[in-house]
Ligand binder design. Structure first.
Ligand SMILES: Nc1ncnc2c1ncn2[C@@H]1O[C@H](COP(=O)(O)OS(=O)(=O)O)[C@@H](OP(=O)(O)O)[C@H]1O
Ligand SMILES: Nc1ncnc2c1ncn2[C@@H]1O[C@H](COP(=O)(O)OP(=O)(O)O)[C@@H](O)[C@H]1O
Length: 191
């Protein structure tokens, strides 16, 4: 048969008609980017259309005008959420490792997705502050201690813990956090 779609299906293609947004929220150095990159690699090996919208990267081209006040963080989260929504509605699995410290703006993004019938999977990367400070991948905690930076999430700026995420992953105590996330996304039908 020459019908492309039927051929794809008979070959076991994993192409999905609908995408989803998987938001990895948590403190700096919790392991959000590491998990997103690992999952994106696994999804690509499965021929899944996937994008990663990483906080650090996205801030350089989508939200360069925004800083780290509450107002700016909320605007950042909603703008990133809108891009994720556009991608998700075109079949892309969108992985978003962005701190998103406030419940309210995370809920705005959830609503945006749910109103369009799209899945919004909130994953709390719940690695403790103590472990994040030990890792200090970008030296932010050291800069806060030496007072060359202020308003650091989890230290002298708020982080509102998600009350009911789809998943909590502590990358210090769970050595298989990526496997747990993959299993969850497969169970939800997003992989
Ligand atoms: N004050 C302060 N607080 C938190 N993070 C800071 C700050 N200043 C700079 N950075 C760097 O910016 C990255 C966080 O950007 P996000 O877009 O994820 O943050 S937010 O959701 O808008 O709060 C964050 O990246 P990650 O460490 O990967 O989380 C930091 O590298
Ligand atoms: N499961 C893990 N076990 C140990 N270290 C990890 C784990 N996941 C991430 N890390 C380390 O933690 C640091 C911060 O990770 P990163 O993904 O950049 O955090 P975030 O995006 O949350 O700021 C990196 O040095 C990374 O190697």
């Amino acid at each position: 048969m020459s019908g492309g779609i039927v051929e794809q299906e008979s070959q076991g293609s994993t192409s999905h008609r609908f995408g989803a947004t998987v938001w990895l929220t948590g403190l700096p150095s919790a392991g959000k980017s590491t998990l997103a990159t690992e999952l994106a690699g696994r999804a690509r090996r499965d021929s899944r259309a996937v994008e990663v919208l990483d906080g650090d990267d996205v801030r350089s081209w989508l939200t360069p005008d925004l800083g780290f006040s509450r107002e700016d963080r909320d605007a950042n989260v909603v703008r990133v959420g809108r891009v994720a929504h556009l991608l998700a509605r075109n079949g892309v699995l969108v992985l978003v490792p962005v701190i998103a410290p406030y419940v309210a703006s995370r809920e705005v993004v959830r609503e945006l997705h749910e109103q369009a019938g799209l899945a919004f999977v909130e994953v709390h990367v719940s690695t403790s502050l103590e472990e994040c400070q030990r890792r200090d991948a970008k030296g932010l905690y050291a800069r806060q201690r030496s007072r060359s930076l202020s308003g650091l999430t989890g230290v002298d700026d708020p982080y509102e813990i998600p009350p009911a995420p789809a998943l909590r992953l502590d990358t210090e105590t769970m050595l298989d956090a990526a496997d747990v996330l993959e299993t969850k996304l497969r169970a939800l039908g997003h992989l």
